[in-house]
Design a protein around this ligand. Structure first.
Ligand code: FES
Length: 163
C-alpha cells in the first residue's frame, strides 16, 4: 500500500529555490532540474510540476511527459531500500516466482509499491546478470543469490516484526 508523503510548505519553498537556480536556462535544463529535485526529496512531488513548467516556459503536460518517459524519475516516494526480484528465465525456472510471492507477503506490498514506513520499494527486473546464482534478488544494490524461503525470511524478519 502506498500512502502519500506529505509535502510541506517548507519543501515547496525549497523546490522553488532549486527551480530559481535553473529558471534562467532553456528547456534543456529540465532534466538536470528534475534530477536535482529528486536527489533532494527522493521523488518529484507532483505539486512541483506547474512551478517547473512555468519557470522553463513549457506546459505542465510537457514536464509530466518527460517524467513519464524516463524510468529513473519518480513522482511517488520510494523506500530507503529498493528490493528487486529477478524475473529472468534462469531465476524463474529455479523458483523466482515463489521468491517474489514470499517477498510480497513479508513486505505486505505488491510490485511497484512502497511500504507505509518508506523502508522498502519492491520492483522486478528481467535479469541482473548473475544467472548462475539463480534465483536472485537485489536489496539496496547488494545481490542475494541462491534465494530460498528461509533466506527471504531472514532478510525481512525485522520488517515482519513491525507489522
Ligand atoms: S535470470 Fe535472474 S540473474 Fe539472470
Amino acid at each position: 500500500m502506498n500512502k502519500a508523503k506529505t509535502i510541506t510548505k517548507a519543501d515547496l519553498a525549497r523546490i522553488n529555490i532549486i527551480i530559481s537556480e535553473y529558471s534562467s536556462q532553456q528547456k534543456w535544463a529540465m532534466i538536470p532540474l528534475l534530477q536535482k529535485i529528486q536527489s533532494e526529496f527522493g521523488f518529484i512531488p507532483p505539486q512541483s510540476v506547474p512551478f517547473i513548467a512555468r519557470s522553463l516556459g513549457v506546459f505542465p503536460s510537457q514536464v509530466q511527459g518527460v517524467i513519464s518517459f524516463y524510468t529513473q524519475l519518480y513522482t511517488q516516494p520510494r523506500g530507503k531500500k529498493i528490493v528487486r526480484v529477478c524475473r529472468g528465465t534462469a531465476c524463474h525456472v529455479r523458483g523466482g516466482k515463489t521468491i517474489l510471492k514470499l517477498v510480497k507477503q513479508h513486505l505486505d506490498i505488491e510490485e511497484g509499491e512502497t511500504t507505509p514506513d518508506f523502508e522498502y520499494t519492491l520492483e522486478t527486473v528481467a535479469c541482473i546478470g548473475v544467472c548462475a546464482l539463480a534465483p536472485n534478488m537485489v536489496v539496496s544494490d547488494h545481490v542475494h543469490g541462491h534465494m530460498n524461503p528461509k533466506k527471504v525470511e531472514q532478510l525481512f524478519k525485522h520488517q515482519e516484526g513491525e507489522k
